[in-house]
Design a protein around this ligand. Structure first.
Ligand SMILES: [Zn+2]
Length: 390
């Protein structure tokens, strides 16, 4: 049996997994003074973090462009730049590119009298947030799979580095700086060449144990439907991206913006194309709502900006498709983060890393050196005759 120095449910679970028959939890759950002290400690750390007015370097590595900047703790874009991404060059070229961009910003920051306290990176591909390594990337970024981005950039800059998938990073940006600040459960959908997603559930980003969660663009909408970029058929993306809008409009327009402008001028085919896209999007989002029951859907990307017709049809689609609609309070919002939203997302990843590290540090300081939590290879206190005692 393990007794004492158990401060979190995780520690209790560890003790059980390490072989304890039972775990006795004391002041962590029985003493209000102790509980208050723990809350107050965490909150004062959060206050200190805000008062320090930190600055961060942020890089949003896209397939075409790399957007970068120096950003304040409050999400203010102090300096920004956009440079082309050498996407086809392979792993070393991309890493050298990131290092060169980061070093350039460190120089600029010094000239401006700013000391950045961390670097955030948002990238295409699935990322292990906890190690900052690319778990898997498609051939859009050849050789990117397996790249230890955080380790490479920490060595090059001497800064703590946080790395996150770009669509997940957008959700983190909405949580820190955007319309998602006011709710604990929301779903982000970005409509562009592709359809990306990010789900924040109970205040935290859902990543999945393999970091492949939130592939909202690739849920099946139409079995054996239109071919998708992922190799499957009938994905939501194939019915809600920019090329779907052009397809629905009968190939008469050269880009999505032209369709939107024509619809606003009263063109019937353009309006019908927007209605068709909004209907498919709503059908996909109804399924997501059935699973997650969110409070807010946040849409972003060129197709939804300045497109009230799409929003109207989308909301109508949700109202008629979501069961028990009137008992829910689901807001539909358009992102207000703008062109550098990915840069803000990289900062969102940094802030999450700082938050997690602070909590871990705090929990560590709450443990005494003689803690009974068994570490790897340590002996475990097991009560040999539990039944007699219980
Ligand atoms: Zn797909």
């Amino acid at each position: 049996m393990t007794e004492g120095r158990i401060h979190t449910p995780e520690q209790a679970r560890e003790a059980m997994r390490a072989g304890s028959f039972a775990v006795v939890v004391g002041t962590a759950i029985t003493a209000p003074g102790e509980i208050t002290r723990r809350f107050a400690g965490l909150l004062s750390m959060e206050r200190e973090d805000k008062a320090q007015n930190r600055h961060f370097l942020a890089i949003d590595l896209g397939g075409t462009n790399t957007k970068t900047g120096i950003v304040s703790r409050e999400g203010e874009l102090l300096h920004t730049a956009v440079v082309p991404t050498p996407a086809g060059g392979g792993r070393q070229v991309l890493i050298d590119h990131l290092k060169s961009v980061a070093r350039q910003w460190m120089l600029t920051a010094r000239q401006k009298g700013i000391t950045p306290s961390a670097l955030g990176i948002a990238t295409a591909g699935w990322v292990d947030f906890y190690t900052g390594r690319v778990v898997y990337a498609t051939e859009n970024l050849p050789g990117w799979t397996g790249t230890p981005i955080a380790a490479e950039l920490e060595e090059a800059t001497g800064l703590p580095v946080a790395v996150e998938n770009d669509a997940n990073a957008l959700a983190l940006a909405e949580r820190q700086f955007g319309v998602g600040r006011t709710v604990r459960d929301f779903v982000c959908l970005t409509l562009g060449t592709g359809v990306g997603g990010g789900c924040v559930i109970g205040g935290g980003l859902n990543r999945g144990p393999h970091f492949f969660a939130n592939a909202l663009g690739h849920i099946t909408l139409v079995p054996d439907g239109h071919p998708c970029t992922c190799g499957k058929r009938g994905c939501l993306e194939a019915y809600a991206n920019a090329s779907a809008l052009l397809r629905f409009a009968g190939g008469r327009f050269k880009d999505a913006e032209e369709v939107i402008t024509a619809a606003q001028a009263g063109d019937a085919a353009a309006s019908e194309a927007i209605r068709a896209l909004a209907g498919h999007l709503a059908a996909g989002v109804v399924s997501i709502i059935q699973i997650l029951d969110p409070e807010m859907i946040i849409l972003s990307g060129g197709i939804v900006e300045n497109n009230p017709l799409l929003l109207q049809h989308f909301q109508n689609g949700l109202k008629s498709g979501v069961p028990v609609w009137k008992h829910r309070r689901i807001q539909v919002q358009v992102s207000r983060l703008g062109y550098f939203s990915g840069v803000l997302g990289a900062v969102g990843a940094v802030l999450e890393k700082i938050e997690r590290d602070a909590v871990t540090r705090f929990q560590f300081t709450m443990q005494s050196p003689t803690s009974l939590i068994p570490g790897p290879g340590k002996e475990v206190a097991i009560d040999e005759s539990p039944r007699k005692k219980m």
